[in-house]
Each structure stands twice: as C-alpha cells, then as structure tokens.
Design a protein around this ligand. Structure first.
Ligand code: NDP
Length: 450
C-alpha cells in the first residue's frame, strides 16, 4: 500500500534478515532494515566466522609441530600471541561488516540505525521515529542463556570470548553443545588447559550416539578434561583466579569460565506482546509453514523462531519468504536433511537421521560404519581415528543418515548432503567411484552392515 512508508520493515540485520531484505528489494519491494549492533548479526560478529578463524589458529601446533617431524620438517621455535590473533580477526570482521553494508545499499535497502520496537501490526519505532510498513519481519536472532548460579557474573559467554584481552591459561567450559565443544578444541589447541563440564552422561545430545562417544574419546586423547554428569554449583573470585565448585564435590581453579549453555530467542522488549504476536514456552515466535506469525502482517525467521538454529537455515527461510511475498512464488522452508558441522577437533559432519531416530522412523535399517586412522597420520605421531557411519532404510535402500567425525568433516558432508537431498540409495552410493586416497571415499566403499 503506497500510503505506508515501506513494503517491508525488517528488524535485525543478521544472516536471515539481510538476505530477506536484499532479495525482497531486488524483487521490487521498498525495504528498510533496523539494526542496533553490528551488521551481520551473531554469525559474522560473535559466531560462525570468528569461531572458524580461531579454529584455524588453534590447529597450528598439531599441523606444524606434531605432524611436521614425521614428514621430515624441523620447525623452529614458535610462539603464539593472542592479541595479534584477536586484532587480525577484528579487522576481518570489520571488513565483513562493510561488505554487508555495501550489499544492502546495492540492493536498495535503507538501513536504520538503532533498536526497533513494534508499536502496532504495521508500525515500528526506531530512535524516536515511527515507520509504517505493510509487512514487518522479525529476525532478531538469539542471545546466550546463562543459568542462575552463584557467582555466574564472573563468567563469560560466546559474546565476550571473542574479545578477551588475554588468553586464559586455564578455562572451564560449561555445556555440551556446539559452542562448548568448539571452544574446548580452540582453547586446547592454543595451549590453554581446558576442563569441560556437561550435566548429562554424554555431550552433544541430539547427535548420533556413536558420533558423540567417538568425539569424547578423541578429545580425551588430547588431554581435554571432560567431566560428564557434572554441573557448576558456584563460582568464587579469588586472588589467583576463579574457584569453581562442581556438583561432583570437586573444585577447579581457572582464569575464565565460559558458559555455553544454549541460546534464547531475542523477543523481549520488541513490542511483540502489544502487537498480539504469540510466543511459545521458550519465548520463540510461533510461525506457520511460511514463517508467518498469528498476526497476518508480522513474519519471523531465524533463531527467533527456534526451528533449526543455524545460519544457513535462517538464510533459507529468508530466501523463501522474499519469494513468497514479492516474487509470486510461495516457498515453504524445508527443515529436513539439513547438513551441519560442528567445528570440534576433530570436527563432526552430519546429515539426515541419527541411528536412534532412524530406528523410530523405519521398520528395518542397516548401519554401515568404519573407524580408521587417516593416511596423513601414518607418518605423524597422531593417534586420531576417523569415524564414519551410514544409515540405510532397508525397504527403500535410501541412505537416511550420514555422519562422520574426522578432518574436513564439514567439507565432506556438504557434498554428500546433495545426494541425501536427492534421495540417493545405498546402491547408488556403491555405484559411485571413490576418490583415492581420501577419507571421504569410505562412504562409497562400505559394503558390510554392522
Ligand atoms: P546448544 O543448544 O547446542 O547446547 C547447549 C548445551 O548447554 C547443552 O549441552 C545443554 O545440555 C547445556 N545446558 C543448557 N542449560 C543448561 C544449564 N542450565 N546448566 C548446564 N548445562 C546446560 O547451545 P550452544 O550454546 O552450544 O549453541 C547455541 C546454538 O548455536 C545452537 O543451537 C547451534 O545450533 C548454534 N551453533 C551452531 C554452530 C555450528 O553450526 N557449527 C556453532 C555454534 C553454535 P542438555 O543437552 O542436557 O540440554
């Protein structure tokens, strides 16, 4: 409607919001996007991108020192400087913020600086100015959840860890999800002494059980102190660090405590209740298959809807929505067979069902698995084992789950995810020629079910 300021007003310039804004503008909509922090959201600023840079940094000792000797190299004395890494990382993130800015203006999207609040189903207020829009999209993401534990104010989250002035010599990581295992690997690789506590019997709940157990074994081989069935009772600041009392009765002294205990949808103080938008028990916006809330003019995508909380999923939801609204092509986001990687060390790649889920969904399944030492490690002192697993529905012969723990897991799973998306059968995997010598070829050469 021409009498409103905008066709689409997006709240939150993270991965999902920016993609939807740009595509909608390119389809001809008049679009504004509000952001109160840095462009690019969690992924660019305090998530995927800086995390992966830190993962690269932390691999150096293993790649250079441990592996080099077996291949005939003598590496001279080396040292690590945390501030250099953080400064270089910050410059790269600033460059990316600029690229996001450029992409938005090139697409004709107007950027509005500041915190947005919904006034009514067609009005948003930012920095005292009201904007009217036919459609409002909430793409505000999520924020670290920190449980109420005595002394928790001394702990940090993934928001702060990327900006620490000093590298901690000793760190305690609380949680057993993506962020916790990734930072356990990062800090360990950089030379920090790592203790990770998880409240359940085995971390990475929701991942395939064999994958979880395999990663735990590999992390323990590296001397990462994993403590399961344990949680934090209290944290106390002392003259020499932070004294953490654990529920198993033990105490650990560290320099930093990192809480990685999940993230909550960012729905507070947005005016959602005033506009009549329904939230679920976890505070996430309830949406239908087209990402529409119960208020017809208000949509939501990404972590704020708590469907699958991954950047590429938010982007997919944004692309679908822009097509639905402004390209006369209604598209429902598909949340099946979403591949994912955990950049633990070694990393995990996964697509499709876990063995446990497949047993519930299918009458009969076959499981193929392989455990081996990657070729690279035959000349190094590395004891790391790679684990690979295929889950096949016996009736249709379709591969319904694919999992691995090993080097380049993310790169490998991305390719196989296409096959799974296409409904590839085990016979088609078998008919595919392997690339030799690689680890990935194992997925097309497994012949005997477990
Ligand atoms: P996750 O939801 O993955 O894991 C949260 C962990 O914290 C779980 O182990 C959970 O235990 C534990 N936990 C929750 N509440 C408490 C509590 N009160 N006390 C102790 N432990 C608790 O969250 P993350 O913070 O690791 O990551 C947030 C999101 O970011 C994830 O949803 C993920 O999708 C995304 N992400 C993706 C990455 C990637 O794609 N590589 C990387 C990093 C993040 P329990 O299992 O028992 O509930």
């Amino acid at each position: 409607m021409a009498d409103r300021d905008w066709d689409l007003f997006v709240i939150g310039a993270g991965s999902g919001g920016v993609r939807c804004a740009r595509f909608s503008a390119q389809f001809g909509a008049r679009v504004a996007i509000a952001e109160e922090r840095d462009l690019g959201g969690t992924c660019v600023n305090v998530g995927c991108i800086p995390k992966k840079l830190l993962v690269y940094a932390s691999h150096f000792p293993e790649d250079a020192h441990d592996a080099a000797a077996g291949y005939g190299w003598t590496v001279g004395e080396s040292s690590f400087d945390w501030s250099t890494l953080i400064e270089n990382k910050n410059s790269e993130i600033s460059r990316l913020n600029g690229i996001y800015d450029g992409l938005l203006s090139a697409a004709g999207v107007t950027l509005v600086d500041g915190r947005a609040r919904i006034i009514d189903p067609h009005t948003v207020e930012v920095a005292g100015r009201r904007h009217t829009a036919d459609t409002i999209l909430v793409a505000t993401g999520s924020w670290p959840n920190v449980p109420d534990v005595p002394g928790v104010e001394h702990a940090i989250t993934s928001n702060e860890v990327f900006h620490l002035e000093q590298q901690p010599k000793r760190v305690l990581i609380v949680g057993g999800g993506y962020i916790a295992v990734e930072f356990a690997g990062i800090f360990h690789g950089l030379g920090t002494q790592v203790t990770q506590v998880y409240r359940g019997p085995l971390f990475l709940r929701g991942f395939d059980d064999d994958v979880r157990a395999h990663l735990a074994g590999e992390m323990r081989k590296k001397d990462i102190d994993l403590r399961f069935d344990t949680n934090v009772n209290s944290i106390e600041k002392t003259s020499s660090g932070l004294k953490v009392s654990l529920t198993d009765g033990s105490e650990v002294e560290v320099d930093q405590v990192l809480y990685a205990t999940g993230r909550n949808p960012l729905t507070k103080d947005l005016g959602l209740e005033d506009a009549g938008v329904e939230l679920n028990r976890k505070g996430a916006i309830e949406v239908d298959e087209y990402s529409r809330s119960n208020v017809p003019s208000i949509y939501a995508i990404g972590d704020v809807t708590d469907r699958i909380n991954l950047t590429p999923v938010a982007i997919h939801e944004g692309v679908c929505l822009s097509n639905t609204l402004y390209n006369e092509t209604p598209m429902k986001p598909v949340h099946r067979d979403v591949p994912a990687a955990v950049f633990s060390q070694p990393p995990i790649g996964t697509c499709g069902l876990t063995e446990q889920q497949a047993r519930e969904d299918y009458a009969e399944i076959d499981v193929y698995e392989s455990r081996f030492r990657a070729l690279k490690h035959t000349l190094t002192k590395g004891e790391e084992q790679t684990y690979m697993k295929l889950i096949v529905d016996r009736t249709s012969d379709r591969v319904v789950g694919l999992h691995l723990v090993g080097p380049e897991a993310g790169e490998i799973v991305q390719g196989f995810a296409v096959a799974i998306k296409c409904g590839a059968t085990k016979a088609q995997f078998d008919a595919t020629i392997g690339v030799h010598p690689t680890s990935a070829e194992e997925f097309v050469t497994m012949r005997t079910p477990r």
